[in-house]
Design a protein around this ligand. Structure first.
Ligand SMILES: [Mg+2]
Length: 230
């Protein structure tokens, strides 16, 4: 599942840059990203260099002021009880995800994301899971999905936006809201709409109750192709 706009209701990455860099610059860079003029990786590099000097205390205070979706903790516990492996695949940064989880006393989740450091007030991003097959996410979410699933598994994706576009079709079930929902509509990708995790739990309970659960054929094919080519 995605983090920004999904685990949290706000997009933390975006909000941070809107607060700590010149808003006009930030809007232009994000507009370029959303119109596929630049990749996500380029977008993050540009955004980080748009921030002149950051006061670490102010930066951290702002981060921990951002709340989780109030239904997330229940969902995390649900996955644990139901033996569902939960992975956070984020095109944001470990720097703020760790702080937000710590503030909310959430631990033990596996998180794959980009890396951010503050060195002498400058933001330095790096991208340990970058793959040029993924334009819309500097952390290639597709690779994590493939690495953590086998042909017997049912895979579920939960997300809200641009960074999820390249990876959702590798999953059997897609839960989408906001921009991701619009994208699924436009591309005629089958999805379940959701507003919060109570909706997701309800739907997963229904799916689990089915005697024979069908995999998405297209996702199966895409996964098989990548097993062969990689
Ligand atoms: Mg998101």
């Amino acid at each position: 599942m995605d983090f920004d706009g999904t685990v949290t209701q706000q997009d933390v990455g975006e909000e941070l840059f809107r607060k700590f860099a010149e808003e006009e610059k930030v809007n232009k860079i994000i507009d370029d990203l959303l119109n596929d003029r630049i990749s996500s990786r380029e977008c993050w590099i540009k955004l980080c260099s748009a921030v002149s000097l950051v006061n670490k205390n102010e930066f951290d205070d702002f981060i921990v002021s951002i709340p989780l979706d109030p239904t997330f903790v229940k969902f995390k516990d649900y996955c644990k009880n139901e033996n569902i492996e939960l992975y956070i695949l984020s095109d944001g940064f470990d720097y703020y995800i760790e702080k937000i989880f710590e503030k909310n006393r959430i631990n033990g989740l596996t998180v794959y994301t980009n890396h951010l450091e503050i060195v002498d007030g400058k933001l330095i991003p790096s991208f340990p899971y970058y793959d040029d097959a993924s334009f819309s996410s500097a952390n290639c979410k597709r690779n994590h999905i493939i690495n953590h699933s086998s042909e017997e598994d049912f895979t579920v994706f939960i997300g809200d936006g641009n960074s999820d576009k390249d990876s959702i079709e590798y999953c059997d079930f897609i839960f989408a809201k906001d921009d991701l929902l619009k994208f699924c509509e436009k591309e005629r990708i089958t999805y379940f709409p959701f507003k919060n995790f109570d909706d997701v739990i309800k739907k997963l309970d229904v799916l689990k109750g089915r005697k024979r659960l069908k995999k998405r054929l297209r996702a199966q094919l895409k996964r098989q192709q990548s097993y062969i080519t990689e």
